[in-house]
Design a protein around this ligand. Structure first.
Ligand SMILES: Nc1ncnc2c1ncn2[C@@H]1O[C@H](COP(=O)(O)OP(=O)(O)OP(=O)(O)O)[C@@H](O)[C@H]1O
Length: 261
């Protein structure tokens, strides 16, 4: 049985068809990268996987069962812009998830439970290279450090599915490449299933084990909302070549021009 099953999935907002007829089977531990023109519903798809948006039609299954309708600890998300809490230190930012999980009403751990949680937090901070910054405030961190903190915050909950929405889009190229190494290391260590949206096709090819291209196959210039995007390429990344890269790039750019027209 596949870990995640997407069957004839549609998403509409009012008259606008955003996604049409998505079909996908994902195994546990796969690293899927999602590319596509702006507005093709990539973030919407992540939100559906997170439980923040529901499908208009079709099925979204986790191990054969309907996805829980509310976000839960099975799924973590990291956005492009830093989603950390400015009024908490680095350590408190990562600790908070564990506290809320174990003490949902009080939001605080005490004694041995707190010490155990702090050990986990410090180990996680070490693994994302923030061991020396545990007592800093988010505004004292660089963009790359804040993004590492956001990743630590998600991973401490050991999500079975990690959703990344252009997590490195706002970072400089050098820092991006460090973050790639870090993400691959954490993915290998945790075995979590990843869906990552990127605008950078090369990044998609480099990081993922599987590339999903979201694109519109039909376009009505008089009614741009009539048709949604679907998955036009679903490729194991080992089977790619230079021509395919150009084909995908061209079709995504063409859709982007239609959307902008
Ligand atoms: N809550 C909402 N209500 C109405 N329309 C929405 C909502 N969320 C998204 N949309 C619309 O759905 C379409 C797809 O948006 P989405 O953000 O998923 O695209 P995307 O592929 O992630 O784009 P980008 O690459 O620019 O982030 C857009 O036209 C957007 O305006």
């Amino acid at each position: 049985m596949s870990f995640i099953t997407v069957r004839n999935l549609w998403k509409e907002y009012g008259d606008q068809v955003v996604l049409e007829n998505l079909n996908l089977n994902v195994k546990q531990g796969e690293f899927c990268t999602l590319v596509g023109a702006s507005g093709c519903g990539k973030s919407t798809f992540l939100k559906m996987l997170l439980g923040q948006e529901s499908a208009s039609r079709g099925e979204l299954l986790l191990e054969g069962e309907a996805f829980p309708e509310e976000p839960d600890r099975n799924r973590g998300i990291v956005f492009q812009r830093y989603s950390v809490f400015p009024h908490l230190t680095v350590r408190q930012n990562v600790l908070m998830g564990l506290e809320l999980e174990q003490k949902p009403w009080l939001g605080k751990l005490f004694g041995a439970a707190r010490r155990e949680a702090l050990d986990k937090v410090d180990a996680m901070l070490e693994s994302v290279g923030l061991g020396h910054s545990a007592d800093k405030w988010p505004h004292e961190l660089s963009g790359g450090m804040q993004q590492r903190l956001a990743i630590a915050q998600s991973l401490i909950m050991r999500p079975r599915v990690l959703l990344l929405d252009e997590p490195f889009g706002a970072l400089d190229p050098g820092i991006r490449s460090d973050m790639h190494d870090l993400l691959l290391k954490l993915w290998q260590e945790t075995g979590t299933t990843i869906f990552m949206v990127t605008h950078d096709l090369k990044e998609g090819f480099y990081l993922g084990t599987r590339l999903l291209v979201f694109d519109k196959v039909r376009n009505d210039p008089h009614d741009p909302q009539a048709f949604g995007a679907t998955i036009t390429y679903d490729l194991p990344i080992t089977q790619t070549n230079e021509n395919l890269f150009d084909d995908i790039n061209n079709s995504v750019n063409q859709t982007a021009r239609h959307q902008a027209a």
